[in-house]
Design a binder for this molecule. Structure first.
Ligand SMILES: [Fe+2]
Length: 182
């Protein structure tokens, strides 16, 4: 009996491509769609996909936030719109020229959605422009800086999970610091 075993050396698995925030968001959307088919919606979100869904539903419910928009030239205006177990939702109003300064969100993840106007985000990977209809998922510890570079007001919605307990400020823009993760 021929018991020859032809061993072929398996090619080493290609290293997984680093997950990007954008691809995370796409996956999150796919997961959300599947979850809608498989189970009834939970009262409170608990997964990234569900937090993205929460942000989307609040954004579409204009009556829940429109009257709370307030442009204040002396400081970025923010209002805590909603809290739940393990998360909070903030509404921010930005006059032209206002910005967050370089920072991260500590151990919190975030979903940022522009409701009105346009915001520019600077990260170590480059510059992103956000307008209504897009959502940005931020991983814990990711540094960024958000600025209203336009001549009009802007409004944004921010979901943090767990709720924001710290927002460390950075001394330089993420785009200028090679040591700061995107
Ligand atoms: Fe932020």
């Amino acid at each position: 009996m021929n018991s020859t075993y032809s061993a072929t050396s398996a090619a080493p698995a290609a290293p997984a491509a680093p997950a990007t925030v954008e691809s995370d968001l796409q996956i999150a959307g796919d997961i959300l769609a599947v979850q809608h088919l498989l189970q009834p919606a939970r009262e409170h979100p608990a997964t990234v996909a569900e937090f993205v869904g929460l942000a989307r539903s609040v954004a579409e419910d204009r009556a829940s936030w429109e009257h709370l928009v307030r442009y204040d030239a002396t400081t970025r205006w923010y209002h805590r719109l909603r809290t739940g177990p393990g998360y909070e939702v903030w509404l921010l109003s930005w006059v032209p020229g206002q910005g967050s300064g370089p920072h991260d969100h500590g151990a919190s993840s975030g979903v940022m959605t522009v409701l009105e106007g346009e915001l520019t985000e600077h990260t170590a990977r480059g510059r992103l422009t956000h307008r209504p209809g897009t959502q940005r998922v931020l991983a814990p510890g990711r540094a960024h800086e958000v600025v209203n570079d336009t001549l009009d007001g802007a409004v944004s919605l921010h979901v943090y999970f767990p709720g924001l307990t710290e927002m460390p400020m950075h001394s330089c823009s993420p785009a200028e610091s090679a040591s700061v993760p995107a």
